[in-house]
Design a protein. Structure first.
Length: 77
């Protein structure tokens, strides 16, 4: 990881971007404080989080549960 002042980055952006392409991560400082991090873009496609994946659908033969409950309510009254 390399730290660079904002002014230096602005003057030599092409050189620093080449370093990032080669795997270097840059921290940009402005007035001595870190304001940005530039890192190489990952080659692999990000995986979808498991909570965004479609769930498993269960199927049963016969009548569905809601129909069975309604039939029982009607018959029991």
């Amino acid at each position: 990881m390399k730290t660079v002042t904002f002014t230096d980055f602005r003057k030599n952006a092409s050189v620093f971007i080449t370093e990032v392409e080669q795997g270097e991560t840059l921290i940009i400082l402005r007035h001595g404080k870190p304001v940005a991090e530039i890192s190489p873009y990952p080659d692999e496609v990000p995986r979808k989080p498991s909570w965004k994946k479609p769930g498993i659908r269960l199927e049963m033969k016969g009548s569905d549960l809601s129909s069975a409950i309604l039939e029982e309510r009607e018959g029991g009254s």
